[in-house]
Every structure is written in C-alpha cells, then in structure tokens.
Design a protein around this ligand. Sequence first.
Ligand SMILES: *[C@@H]1O[C@H](CO)[C@@H](O)[C@H](O)[C@H]1NC(C)=O
Ligand SMILES: *[C@@H]1O[C@H](CO)[C@@H](O)[C@H](O)[C@H]1NC(C)=O
Length: 225
Amino acid sequence: MVQPSLCFLGGLLGLFLMAPVLMASTPASMCTPLKTLNDSLSHRRRYMKHNFPINYFIRVHHEEIFKLSNISKMKLKVDGLDELVLQRLWFQVNQGVLKKIIRVLPERHPSRPYTAELERRFRDAEGVFVQSHPPEVFQQELPETIQDIWDQLTEEPDRVPESSWRFASPKSLVDNLCHTMCCLFWECFSGTESSQDYCEVSHSKKGRKTQSPELETRPTEPAEW
Ligand SMILES: *[C@@H]1O[C@H](CO)[C@@H](O)[C@H](O)[C@H]1NC(C)=O
Ligand SMILES: *[C@@H]1O[C@H](CO)[C@@H](O)[C@H](O)[C@H]1NC(C)=O
C-alpha cells in the first residue's frame, strides 16, 4: 500500500538531488562566446604586458584577485559548492577587473581597443550565461562565504578600508581571468583533459615558476598615466 507514495517521494527526492547536478554543467551555448573570448585572450601578453610600463599596478579589491588556488580553497571550505555559483562569481569578479583596466587606459593607448574588445566579448559570454539558465538560478541564495565575497566586491570604494586593497599588474589579472575560465567552464575547453587538468594550480604555471604573479603588498609608488 505504501509502495506507490514512497516511490513518488523517492522520485521527487531524486529530482531535487539531481537538479543542481544537471544545472552545474556548462550549457553548450556558452562555448561559442567563451572560445571567442579565449581567442582574444591569446594576445594578452602583448596588450596587457608589453604595452605597459614595467611594474605597472592597478589597485583592486583583494577579492578581485581570483585565482585557481581560490577555487580549490572555496571548494574545500564550502561543502557541495555548486559550479554555477563559482561561474556567477567569476563573471562578477572579472567584469570589475576589466572595467578597472579600461579605466586606467587613456583614449589613445595602444591597448585600449584590445581591452574594449575583451570586455565586449566578456559581456557577450555573460549575456549567453544569463539566458541559458532559468532566472530563479540567479535569485538563489549564495553560500555565506561566497555572499561575503560578493558583498565586498560591490562595496562603495570609499567604504573599503585601505588594508583591503591590493595592487596587481593588468597581465596577472587577465591571466587569472583566463586560467579560472578554463577551470570553471572546462567542458568548453576540454579535448582529452578533464576539469582536474584545468583546475590544477600547477597547470597555469607550467615552466614559468620564476615569474612573480602579483604584488600582494602596496608598492611605494603606484604608477599613474
Ligand atoms: C584557447 O586559447 C589557447 C591559446 O591561448 C589555445 O591554445 C587553445 O586551443 C584555445 N582553446 C579553445 C578551446 O579554443
Ligand atoms: C584569493 O586568495 C587571496 C589570498 O590568497 C585573497 O586575498 C583573495 O581575496 C581571494 N579571492 C577571492 C575571490 O576570494
């Protein structure tokens, strides 16, 4: 007698359990704009490094330094963290990063058109991301750790304490954007590789251990244009 309803309950439970798993994977429609973005990113050394003075740093929120190591730390800290939440955070962080890079570039700087294109392509990807998920997904409550980061990122700049700012080179910021993109949207980038390969911290540092990533402390004289 009790069998059918149990079955029903079980089915319902199954649905609930499966829903996040199904939504966690990257919709195939994301791959075209992300690959286009990836194409632009392949020129980042020239436009984000060579066109800038040596030791040129931009002031960013420390949460805008969003690296592969942050992703693995967050996964450890937040039990069952949904990939989709990290993808949302990736868009939130990097739209701020790109905006900050554009803001320091004068109208006629040689990297300006490149950066503007990067931002355009990033926005295209974001548009497809929003369209390819039901709107409820974006109203879902975030895990506390992630919500805290989100709140810091959207805080008014003059309410951010001095000690919370970091200085980072444009190249290191865009490198982070690129590496974390391949980790969080690995389905779009994998040939034979799995997410593990893209999210592995060492993946991005292959053969260039000597390069210093970004300055974690304040340089004495931040360059200005
Ligand atoms: C992404 O760009 C890199 C070059 O920076 C290239 O080697 C790689 O094949 C690209 N991946 C895809 C899936 O387009
Ligand atoms: C990433 O980790 C660094 C410290 O290693 C921290 O300052 C930064 O806020 C973290 N970024 C995010 C998005 O949590």
